[in-house]
Design a protein around this ligand. Structure first.
Ligand SMILES: [Zn+2]
Length: 319
């Protein structure tokens, strides 16, 4: 998206944005939510759609990847790319041969360029975007897109919904090779963090819809750090293992949420207690023996008899 108030738009961007069949610009109105409906109505912001088939826009997006690297991040995130509608671009001065080939081929060319350039120095540099398509899958490393968590509506403060809106088991089990994040863990929302951990989703933290940072949520930041350390310490299972949902083990308490991960002759069960009360933990994993139970508050050599409210536990098994 291009901000028409910028100098870059006036100097370069007006040539680069996509054109409608009438020669005009595609205009999108974006806004951050507010707690009052009048403010919500009043803060709309006009943005224009850039044509991905222009070299100027390709340069801008490669520069974003380079800037991420300069800031110490080994990835770049391009919002929306794999699920936004593909506009037609009728600007005949652009490089595309047809209005319909402006969008998707342009996006793919940019992703290929960014990947080629950025992995020269860091082969692990990742491209993250939102949504999944087969053709983009050759360049995309991480997919942002699974909804926030059980009973959560994104960007609707206080909008708790008693029903579960997501069914991540279907996608995780069918395509376990995809690296996915959850969506928009907000300030001190530890249960959404725990939910993402148990489902094997990378943590997408968006404090106050990115108007804040983890510095504004010290409890969440500390919990995030501990769970990332657990994942890194047992990455063969918890990052690279295969999500097997509830196969291979039997959980004796329906108030707990548990998911299994398999890697070679190793097995892990991640358990979360979303309940307000401490819950008994009974677990059978036939054919395996427990090697370690790891939680945010330490390790044990046996499965604990109970799990505290909103706690998670990684149970690591061998044969
Ligand atoms: Zn164009």
């Amino acid at each position: 998206m291009v901000d028409p108030e910028t100098k870059w738009y006036k100097d370069v961007g007006r040539r680069v944005v996509m054109k409608t069949i009438w020669g005009g610009e595609y205009i999108e109105n974006w806004h951050y939510w507010f707690h009052g409906s009048l403010m919500d109505l009043s803060n709309q912001y006009k943005l224009l759609v850039a044509c991905p088939s222009t070299p100027e826009w390709s340069d801008i997006l490669l520069d974003y990847a380079k800037r991420s690297k300069e800031l110490g991040v080994r990835a770049v995130f391009y919002d929306y790319w794999c699920h936004i509608r593909p506009y037609l671009c009728f600007d005949k001065s652009h490089a595309h041969s047809h209005p319909a080939t402006a969008y998707a081929p342009g996006m793919l060319a940019i992703m290929e360029r960014v990947r080629t350039e950025m992995t020269k120095e860091d082969p692990e540099f990742a491209i993250i975007t939102e949504g999944i398509t087969d053709v983009a899958g050759q360049f995309v490393d991480v997919v942002q897109g699974l909804v926030k968590g059980p009973g959560r509506r994104i960007y609707a403060p206080g909008g708790e919904d008693p029903s579960h809106e997501t069914f991540p088991e279907l996608l995780r089990y069918t395509f376990p090779e995809l690296i996915l994040s959850n969506r928009a863990i907000d300030a001190e929302d530890i249960d959404c963090l725990n939910w993402a951990f148990v489902y094997g989703l990378l943590f997408d933290v968006e404090i106050d819809f990115n108007r804040g940072t983890l510095r504004d949520a010290p409890t969440l930041a500390a919990a995030c750090k501990k769970l990332c350390q657990i994942r890194s310490s047992y990455s063969d299972l918890l990052l690279e293992g295969t999500f097997v949902d509830v196969e291979g083990f039997k959980l004796g308490n329906g108030r707990l949420v548990a998911k299994g991960y398999k890697s070679g002759d190793k097995f892990a069960v991640l358990v979360w207690n979303p309940d307000q009360a401490e819950q008994p933990l009974q677990l059978e994993v036939p054919g395996y023996r427990l090697e370690k139970a790891v939680g945010t508050e330490g390790e044990a050599s046996q499965v604990p008899a109970t799990l505290g409210p909103n706690k998670v536990l990684a149970l690591l098994y061998g044969t």
